[in-house]
Design a protein around this ligand. Structure first.
Ligand SMILES: [Zn+2]
Ligand SMILES: [Zn+2]
Length: 342
């Protein structure tokens, strides 16, 4: 099978012919049809993700068609369309037993420790292959486990956004555009902030009020103005890269007393700095949100099947042009996900 392989860090992927993976009794073989390209893939190419051993096949946002089913797998048949939850939690530790397999220590993950979807075929555990209606296009299904389920985890499970609350989403990219929609589904008033006007227009289409993040008055002052001087109940930070430190400080400044800051965007080696007095007197909660759970992926799949949530795909590249797709992500900060198709 065709695969795009990371042979050396900080170098382009190399197209190779690899043997099709063998599956065990608990696994399924998936013919990969679409694969989301994530900022974490760039971190892997740059050699920043310690879990990655070379050679490696990237890709942790995968959708495709089941072609072979292990004998112990229930409920899946060849031909089923699936989206793949990447974390292979052990199933036995305390966090797995309470449904938080995203926190399972040492759990191998598709596209991290295990070969991912930048290839024609991929194996995964049957339990991780979430069936989705054939009417949902593969490129949209592919980005559910990360670009859609990660903000779902942040907004719903971590942020516990409630009806009538005001949620500020900072950064309307691959995560933020879905955070906006999910906060709306939960019944919140949503204010979206970004520096790119076309991203703000997109957020507006999903029912958000919008603020230019670089406006002179300052983001926090604008948010206070829009909330009778109070500030936001919840801020969802969806920006990654070197500006994340500055963005996190601005995010905290938007919070009302008792507010919650949900952190989704991060960068290695960027410490978070806040005035501890602000933290205490504001009684802020800082909630890091790590990836998603299997249940989150099932939830967003159902919302998408019912037309309540729209996965945002901005560009498509064939698998062989994975390097072009990675460069495009590195250089352009697109509104929605870039997706590889095969
Ligand atoms: Zn990712
Ligand atoms: Zn576990």
């Amino acid at each position: 099978m065709k695969a795009m392989v990371l042979e050396r860090f900080r170098e382009p992927l190399v197209q190779q012919t690899l043997p099709e993976p063998d599956i065990d009794a608990q696994e399924v073989l998936v013919r990969v049809r679409a694969n989301g390209v994530c900022a974490t893939d760039l971190k892997m190419v740059d050699g920043l993700v310690p879990a990655v051993r070379l050679p490696h096949v990237l890709g942790h946002e995968v959708a495709g068609e089941v072609v072979e089913v292990g004998q112990d797998v229930e409920g899946l048949r060849p031909g089923d369309h699936v989206t793949v939850y990447p974390t292979h939690g052990c199933g036995f530790c305390d966090v797995c037993r309470t449904g938080y397999e995203n926190l399972c220590e040492g759990a191998p993950r598709t596209g991290f420790e295990v070969y991912g979807g930048f290839a024609e075929y991929m194996r995964t555990r049957g339990r991780n292959a979430v069936k989705i209606d054939d009417a949902v296009p593969f490129d949209e299904a592919a980005i559910l486990p990360d670009a859609v389920a990660a903000p779902y985890h942040g907004v719903v499970r971590r942020g516990k956004v409630r009806v009538g609350e005001t949620v500020v989403v900072i950064g309307v990219g691959g995560l933020g555009i879905h955070a906006v929609q999910i906060a709306r589904i939960m019944g919140a008033r949503v204010i979206a902030a970004d520096v790119v006007s076309e991203k703000l227009r997109a957020a507006e289409e999903f029912g958000a009020e919008v603020v230019a993040a670089d406006e002179e008055k300052g983001l926090a002052a604008r948010v206070k103005e829009l909330t009778n001087g109070l500030g936001a109940d919840v801020v969802v930070e969806c920006v990654s890269g070197d500006i994340v430190l500055d963005v996190l400080q601005q995010s905290a400044a938007c919070l009302r007393i008792g507010g919650r800051l949900v952190v989704l965007g991060y960068a290695y080696g960027q410490p978070l700095s806040l005035d501890s007095a602000d933290l205490i007197y504001g009684q802020w909660s800082i909630l890091a949100s790590r990836a998603s759970t299997l249940q989150d992926v099932v939830d967003v799949a159902r919302l998408v099947e019912r037309g309540m949530l729209k996965p945002a795909v901005s560009e498509r590249f064939p698998l062989e042009q994975a390097n072009e797709a990675l460069t495009c992500l590195r250089e352009s900060s697109p509104l929605g996900r870039i997706v590889l198709t095969s």
